[in-house]
Ligand binder design. Structure first.
Ligand code: CP
Ligand code: NVA
Length: 332
């Protein structure tokens, strides 16, 4: 089966380390593994960081990014998601998409499986794996990789796409997590089972103070995600008391950092004082989005070649992802 990155646990732990190693510059310069290759970036929703980090990562690796707003191709209106994906796979070595419904990505990946063209999730209602990779890269950058258990991550807010991928990534690298959400907005039993299945640790509570006490990382995200705009007033009411403010952050470890995937709503899920304050690492985190994408695309480019190559971090062979490799040529 052609490799895909629909959520972070589509990577093995070893592959995640490869991606993080490239992101952190811990491996030799991967060169231009996308030389002459196209990467399609399809957006059904708005984006600043994801679009720009992807485009610049592709350029850094020698490839050519093509950003496509969904209205241009009309996913499931002008033609089906499958036909959009298969057509893009005729021109591009990797197809990336930000979609409303996670199932759209699964359909696109299924349609491209035979072609050996990987599909990368640039955010869906369920997952945001590229953000999570940047988040772990930021935590390691600021605390070092040596003792991941020393800096638990406390997520305060909606157990949403960003939380889910973050919790999975943290589990894969040994970082314990806590999550505090109002009733009805916390993790599902399936979420918890998935984290535990990866060897992760997650404390689920509705008390932000319990989650943040002694934490090394305090993380939050918007209360109303893209696509949930009609729920905004109900969500504002439900999340009252869950703002990451100075009093809450004071309960964290003395060297704790504050992360937010951005965009932020100052005065809702986070105060301006915390976002702009000395604990905030949100701009390092944003910058790491590009390094994370260099890691993802390098991994796919190496994994996508027909002949297995040595993993730049572990030295072990990376198996080819599918019949045609990441290059669309020869997929028929
Ligand atoms: N964090 C993030 O994905 O930002 P954008 O929505 O601006 O891409
Ligand atoms: N949870 C937010 C993240 C934006 C980067 C959303 O899905 O809109």
């Amino acid at each position: 089966m052609t490799r895909r990155l629909l959520d972070v646990d589509d990577l093995s732990v070893e592959e995640l380390e490869t991606v993080l190693g490239v992101a952190a510059g811990r491996v030799p310069d991967p060169g231009r593994p996308l030389d002459g290759k196209g990467v399609a970036l399809v957006f059904e929703k708005a984006s600043n960081r994801t679009r720009n980090s992807c485009e610049m990562a592709v350029v850094a690796l020698g490839g050519h990014p093509v950003t496509i707003q969904s209205a241009e191709v009309g996913i499931d209106s002008r033609e089906s998601a499958e036909d959009v994906a298969r057509s893009l796979g005729c021109f591009h070595s990797i197809v990336c998409a930000r979609v409303m419904a996670h199932g759209t990505l699964e359909r696109m990946a299924g349609a491209l499986d035979h072609a050996g063209v990987p599909v990368v999730n640039l955010l869906s209602d369920r997952a945001h794996p590229c953000q999570a990779i940047a988040d772990v890269a930021t935590i390691r950058q600021l605390f070092g990789p040596d003792d991941p258990t020393a800096h638990p991550v406390a997520f305060v807010g909606d157990a949403n796409n960003v939380w889910r991928s973050l919790a999975l990534a943290a589990a894969m690298v040994g970082i314990p997590t806590r999550v505090a959400s109002p009733p009805g907005f916390g993790p599902t039993d399936e979420d918890v089972a998935r984290i535990v299945g990866l060897g992760g640790e997650v404390v689920v509570t509705d008390d932000p103070r319990e989650a943040v006490a002694g934490a090394g990382v305090v993380y939050t995200d918007v209360w109303t995600s893209m696509g949930q705009e009609s729920e905004r007033s109900a969500r504002l009411a439900a999340f009252a008391g869950y703002t990451v403010d100075e009093d809450l952050v004071a309960l964290a470890a003395s060297d704790a950092i504050v992360l937010h995937c951005l965009p932020a709503h100052r005065g809702e899920e986070i105060t301006a004082g915390v976002l702009e304050g000395p604990r905030s690492a949100v701009w390092e985190q944003a910058a790491n989005r590009m390094h994370a994408m260099r890691g993802v695309f390098t991994w796919l480019a190496y994994a996508g070649l027909r002949e297995p190559l040595d993993d730049p971090v572990t030295g072990r062979s990376i198996p080819a992802p599918g019949p045609g490799g990441a290059d669309h040529r020869g997929h028929r």
